[in-house]
Design a binder for this molecule. Sequence first.
Ligand SMILES: CC(C)(COP(=O)(O)OP(=O)(O)OC[C@H]1O[C@@H](n2cnc3c(N)ncnc32)[C@H](O)[C@@H]1OP(=O)(O)O)[C@@H](O)C(=O)NCCC(=O)NCCS
Length: 178
Amino acid sequence: MSTVDGEPTSTIPRITTARLVLRGLRAGDLDAFAENLADPIATEHLGGVVDRRAAWRVLAAGTGFWMLTGAGWWGIALRETGELVGTVGAFFRETPGADLELGWSVFRRHWRRGYASEAAQAALAFGFERHAVPRAIAHIDGRNAASIRVSARIGMTYEGEVDFYGERTGRYVIARRS
Ligand SMILES: CC(C)(COP(=O)(O)OP(=O)(O)OC[C@H]1O[C@@H](n2cnc3c(N)ncnc32)[C@H](O)[C@@H]1OP(=O)(O)O)[C@@H](O)C(=O)NCCC(=O)NCCS
């Protein structure tokens, strides 16, 4: 697998957990993905709703990150039915040497079933296994109680407020254990 400076790769790992499969996003996921990003409640802490065209770019970018850095976003599907229930990422931002960052989003009708925590735990474990980074971080708005709970469940702790593209936001961190 490539690193930030390595050869591009198109391989997106498939990860299985107790109830979920983390798999590469597909063009056919756009309807569900765009529907979620058009929901004002689901996007309250993500900067607000976006249209289908913007959703397509977000989906494509999360997939393209894999080619550029060997890290990126997965679709979260239910093992039992294959239904897409959200997305999770362990990815690098544009800044060279940036921390490995985690992100998660579960479609609203599937909230509070532990899916985000289960997927984030798997993404974090994979990220530490694949990338020689000392720690992983997440940026979470202080009003986003659900997301803060997810970060706590996977062992992240609050580091402090940081500037995040011009906005103050919380940074949560977890150090590599081994
Ligand atoms: C944040 C989000 C991914 C959580 O997904 P989820 O699958 O419902 O989370 P889980 O079921 O794993 O729940 C994790 C914890 O959060 C709690 N929780 C879930 N929704 C909550 C809410 N609306 N308010 C308060 N706590 C909530 C759960 O009870 C659980 O707590 P526990 O550890 O004490 O049992 C989901 O709410 C979401 O997609 N929100 C919109 C996108 C977003 O904000 N992403 C994060 C950006 S930083």
